[in-house]
Design a protein around this ligand. Structure first.
Ligand SMILES: C[S@@+](CC[C@H](N)C(=O)[O-])C[C@H]1O[C@@H](n2cnc3c(N)ncnc32)[C@H](O)[C@@H]1O
Length: 139
């Protein structure tokens, strides 16, 4: 699916996948079409998180949903709530692909859920980089 910001449009997903360390559990926050998740070698457990129910429903309609059934868990909720309660063991890799900063957008496309610059800083830098998880941040 061609989401604004999708890493398939620029071919960037190969570079992101090449950066990934070994992991047992792969968590893709801000899943939408799951461009990276659906192109990387599958982890033992794959977790997708997106706050938008339409994005989660669309993913469930895709072939990828059935392709990974049994090892894929989808969560429709706020990423911050999810990461706060997740019991990290050190075996997880988190790939976060939040909406681009509005101030850097060249398109008028808007998601149902966006971040202010302050939320970008607090949620992503505060939550993702201060925790025990190993993160890769797209954007
Ligand atoms: C840049 S897109 C993700 C593109 C996706 N990685 C792909 O490859 O298609 C950003 C996504 O973040 C989701 N989002 C925005 N705020 C969120 C939040 N607080 N928690 C979880 N997801 C959120 C939006 O619903 C949107 O689907």
């Amino acid at each position: 699916m061609g989401y604004q910001g999708s890493k398939s449009l620029s071919g960037a997903y190969q570079a992101i996948i090449a950066l990934m360390p070994q992991h047992q559990t792969y968590i893709e926050t801000h899943l939408a079409g799951g461009t990276v998740q659906t192109r990387k070698p599958p982890a033992n457990l794959i977790i997708g998180v997106d706050r938008c129910d339409q994005a989660i429903d669309a993913f469930k309609q895709s072939d990828n949903y059935h392709r990974y059934s049994g090892k894929l868990e989808l969560n429709c909720c706020d990423v911050q709530d999810y990461l706060k309660s997740y019991p990290f063991t050190g075996q997880e890799l988190v790939y976060a692909d939040p909406p681009y900063l509005l101030s850097t957008r060249t398109s008028w496309h808007r998601y149902r859920y966006e971040y202010t610059e302050q939320q970008h800083f607090h949620i992503l830098i505060g939550r993702i980089f201060k925790s025990r998880m190993r993160p890769i941040l797209g954007n």
